[in-house]
Ligand binder design. Sequence first.
Ligand code: UDP
Length: 496
Amino acid sequence: CSETESKSVMGSTSRQLHVFFFPFMAPGHMIPMLDMAKLFTTRGVKATITTTSLNVPIVAKAIERTKTRGNGVVKIDIQTIEFPAVEAGRPEGCEATDSRTTHEKMSTFISSFKMLRQPLEQLLQNHHHPHCIIADMAFPWAIDAAAKFGIPVLVFNVTSVFSASAVVSIGQYKPQMEVSSDSEPFVIPNFPGEIKLTRMKLPNFTGNKYVKAFFSDLMKEVGESEVRSYGVILNSFYELEPAYANHYTRVCGRKAWYIGPVSLCNKDAEDKGQRGKESSIDKHECMNWLNTKHINSVVYICFGSLSNFRDSQLMEIAMGLEASGQQFIWVVRKDKNEKEDEDWLPMGFEKRMEGKGLIIRGWAPQALILDHEAVGGFVTHCGWNSTLEGVTAGLPMVTWPLFAEQFFDEKLVTEVLKIGVPVGAQQCVEFSGNDNPIKKEAIEKAVRHIMEGEEAKEMRSRAKELGEMARRAIEEGGSSYSQLNALIEELKALHS
Ligand code: UDP
């Protein structure tokens, strides 16, 4: 490994730390891990991304600008590991999840990743001996692989601290077993705040009838790995969820560092516009469209990288948006077909919405859009990255959780931070939703709630305050800045 001398941010001259970053191959995991790697390099740490060959182009694109920037920023390398021959049901050519992935495929996909343990060990054995590996929570086995070489592993838990601790409490006390129906509320035990949930809202891993046993096993392994690992890194900042951060360390017993929002390492429009996939809309066209709008007058609607709603749900969204009277940018994962009107849109919708609403089919430059002053509200599925990006942009949110930990994040946004209103989703669903769509009336009401009136203003003002706190957290002297420095110093001390 590289043992060159470098100047650390703290001004002291010390051995250069080399960290391997090992992201899970889904945008919601890969994007924050790559941002995190960039953040580490700003402190003089050498970063190497470890991924499979089909994912190399995505990683290479994301780090392209760090290569040309210079200015003393340490460059990021890529090390490729190969999947053994296609087996264990992993579809050929499939080394990443996207909106075509089903829950079924996802569990096979995650299991198949265990096959990467041997190639990872080979890589570590051959010539690369980093000081530390930051591994996605979906790879709990990485701890044992690295232990063979005496390399500490930090687990990257991609959720909020609130969710990470709620999962621990529910796993430990199993309150869902004490209620008599799937819709009867229970309080999360031994957990700050009176947070009520129902079995129907539990992520598909905590043991209800919507559970796939696989996720249950994986989450158990994740919990154990958090305890066995060197510690846990989370993309959050202390001031956002202090009660839960304290709970996570003191009660759940995790050694944790809160170093986010990592998305803020992208300073200029080019960097912000380059996260994840290639944008389906010309970024300038999108910004120009927003430039013509008044401040806080546009609502942005996006459900992350995996959801792919059925036509019946898209139709309700379109009707709800039109009825709300708001201007909007709506991201839909559907290809444009030849017909003038799409099957999933009300007749003449696009014509009526000309100049008022923009539909992005495919991938949106989300970070750029959220940061634009014309955007005044966010309808989100509560994936943690999107939620935190909404907080960072200072936006009130309509919460529309679909699956995984998203119902927890809804509680954080609406009941703890009080910067959002629920659309009324009651049940964990597949990536494509279910046969029981959220109705246009509920969508209209929730959208108006965050865009119009006194309550909207109050929520926006609280959200703006949190957004400023987020910025302060990552600046010199801020909590995330200091926690990252402390972590780096600790890792250096391990090897001195
Ligand atoms: N994202 C984006 N454009 C899109 C959809 C998603 O840039 O059209 C980004 C979004 O900014 C976030 C990530 O993809 O950083 C999605 O992660 P999240 O945790 O919100 O949801 P997931 O996709 O994991 O459900």
